[in-house]
Design a protein around this ligand. Structure first.
Ligand code: DC
Length: 212
């Protein structure tokens, strides 16, 4: 079984993905980390994030061993990921890694921007997570502060809005809900509430209570 979770920055899709995977004993891939790792590799080499050739080279040499690096979580790298991920050739270089991950038993949860639309269009369940920008900015700010980073909520909100705009309006695999995705509005839900709502969607699909 493949569960695809898409949504904008800081909508809570990563936490939901992790929790759903644990619940069903599936593997989990936060695909944002892949683009973040590409951005970091470009910067580490002193390259320019806006240079497609540098970003493609970094994508082709992707090292999943480095996905756990805490630096990948920072706002600078997230912003860089939003830039490199707009290059079609960068995206193309990363498709097979994601599809292979999704295909391995017993099942997988992938979260990102284009999982339900491009990477796994035949996913068994697709969930599109949304939340108010102000709520997302609050959560991101608290997370950053918990990591010891100085985060200004207004700046975080501006970054989120800029990233949404770039991710939604790029030509290659823009952020959008698949036609057959279920919308989950996370604005008023805490983590447990969001997880319950997501499990309810998966169970309803499995029981055939929702359309395929
Ligand atoms: O989910 P995130 O904040 O870690 O993602 C970082 C950036 O990576 C995001 O702004 C756009 C890009 N991304 C993407 O283009 N496609 C994905 N499947 C996941 C992330």
């Amino acid at each position: 079984m493949i569960i695809a979770i898409d949504g904008p920055a800081a909508s809570g899709k990563g936490t939901l993905g992790k929790r759903l995977a644990a619940h069903y004993h599936f593997r989990h891939l936060d695909t944002g980390v892949i683009y973040r790792a590409v951005a970091k590799a470009v910067l580490d080499r002193g390259g320019d994030l806006h240079d497609e050739a540098s970003a493609v080279a970094a994508a082709m040499e992707l090292d999943p061993e480095k996905f756990g690096d805490p630096v990948l979580k920072t706002q600078v790298i997230g912003d860089g990921a939003s830039v490199v991920s707009a290059f079609p050739r960068v995206r193309a270089a990363l498709v097979s890694f994601q599809r292979q991950f999704a295909a391995e038993p017993p099942g997988a949860v992938l979260d990102g921007r284009d999982i339900g639309t491009v990477i796994c269009p035949d996913a068994d369940v697709k969930i599109f997570v949304v939340a108010d920008p102000a709520v997302r900015a609050r959560r991101r700010t608290l997370e950053a502060r918990a990591r010891g980073e100085a985060a200004d909520e207004a700046a975080v909100l501006a970054d989120i809005l800029k990233r949404d705009e770039r991710d939604r309006n790029r030509a290659a695999a823009p952020l959008k809900a698949a036609a057959d995705a279920y919308l989950l509005d996370n604005s008023q839900l805490d983590i447990e509430g969001g997880v319950r709502a997501a499990i309810d969607i998966v169970e309803a699909v499995r029981a055939g209570r929702l359309r395929d």
